[in-house]
Design a protein around this ligand. Structure first.
Ligand code: GLU
Length: 377
């Protein structure tokens, strides 16, 4: 059965990012599942044969390292996890290469850290390299560079990494392959009436609230992170399909437009490449708290004026990325600030006419100009 909405979403996706989770690739002791990876390679080949550019974001390095070293279970401290990742990453890549080589596909390993995405030059370099790999017909296979990533510079999980890569490439579709069928209306193990949601038009708080229900079924607590990642993609104007990577032929079915898993529809219009970088990729350095009027104005696409700011948190300089939040802590937008934190503290709540008396001049009427704002809610 083909769903017309799905058919349109996949038809429009000429570049796709496919993310595969550890639970799909490896068993509980960490041994890589050769049959699963062979089947995945076979399907990846077909997706590429349909003329699409494909990037694979893969987890499984730590799991594979645990398996290869015969540890029986995952270590808990960072140094041992990083060592497992180093052992497992090469095993993972070797298996992908073995399975893809029969289709004449070259694999290309790319290991990235969150820092690489914060740095505009490295960010653009990653994009150039991926474009060149497409030119060579190679398959970029991306994982986090776990051996050097520590807590402060980690993506946190590969769902987030995959969302960043999707936005980096302006790819219209991210496919998240996990070991649950998709997002449920309730925990299917305790509620027989729980329904798999085939389509989610907007990931709002009513949807994120469903994460807990599916969490227990997933076993790793990953649904929340998947929804956060999906949201980063849908607010940029692209689609996400979450499906069960443990099912045979799942990618074939996704790309045939079958209603498998959960489709998260784009929310709003496509966000430009520049805005995706500062609005959805770089971590904000501070927070501007908005009053009710400013919240409304910003939500309608207007600039943020100092008069609408009630509080300023953090230390930042002119040109840094800041988060614009409203009462209750919810983020409304992100943008590039025209004033440092120290200046913003002095002019917050002031009418524009009063700013020269405080700062000596009026370099900008706007604290954040609408051209430098991205709505994130
Ligand atoms: N980079 C980790 C690994 O390869 C996976 C992180 C995740 O599963 O989100 O094991």
């Amino acid at each position: 059965m083909v769903d017309p909405v799905r058919r349109d979403v996949v038809a429009g996706a000429q570049t796709v990012v496919i993310k595969v989770g550890t639970n799909v690739l490896a068993g509980p002791t960490g041994h890589l599942d050769r049959h699963r990876i062979e089947s995945l390679a076979d399907q990846l080949h077909r997706v590429r044969e349909s003329g699409r550019k494909v990037v694979l974001v893969t987890s499984g390095a730590i799991g594979a390292g645990v398996g290869k070293l015969g540890l029986g279970k995952r270590p808990t401290d960072l140094a041992h996890l990083q060592a497992c990742a180093a052992v497992g990453q090469s095993a993972l890549m070797q298996l992908y290469q073995e399975c893809l080589t029969r289709y004449g596909i070259h694999t290309a390993q790319i290991l990235l850290t969150a820092d690489d995405f914060e740095n505009r030059v490295r960010y653009l370099n990653a994009r150039n390299t991926i474009s060149t790999l497409f030119e060579y017909g190679a398959l970029p296979i991306i994982n986090e560079n776990d051996t050097v990533s520590v807590a402060e510079i980690k993506f946190g999980d590969n769902d987030h990494l995959a969302a960043m890569v999707t936005n980096l490439l302006l790819a219209p579709l991210l496919v998240l392959l996990t070991n649950v069928d998709g997002l449920y209306s309730d925990d299917p193990r305790t509620n027989p009436d729980a329904q798999l949601l085939p389509t989610v038009p907007n990931i709002d708080s009513s949807v994120t609230g469903l994460a807990a229900a599916t969490k227990s079924a997933l076993g790793t607590g990953g649904m929340e992170s998947k929804l956060k990642a999906a949201r980063l993609v849908t607010v940029a104007g692209e689609a996400v399909i979450m499906a069960n990577g443990s099912l045979d032929g799942i990618l074939d079915r996704v790309f045939a437009g079958e209603p498998v898993g959960t489709l998260f529809l784009p929310h709003g219009e496509g966000v430009s490449s520049r805005k995706r970088w500062f609005g959805l990729t770089v971590r904000p350095k501070g927070i501007l708290w908005l009053d009710h009027g400013a919240r409304k104005a910003v939500s309608e696409g207007k600039s943020l004026l100092p008069i609408g700011v009630t509080e300023v948190d953090g230390e930042f300089e002119k040109g840094d990325v800041v988060s614009l939040c409203a009462d209750g802590g919810s983020e409304v937008a992100r943008g590039l600030t025209n004033y440092s934190a120290a200046e913003a503290r002095r002019i917050r709540g002031l009418n524009t006419d009063h700013i020269p008396a405080v700062l000596g001049s009026l370099p900008y009427a706007e604290l954040v100009h609408r051209d430098n704002l991205v709505l994130t809610s």
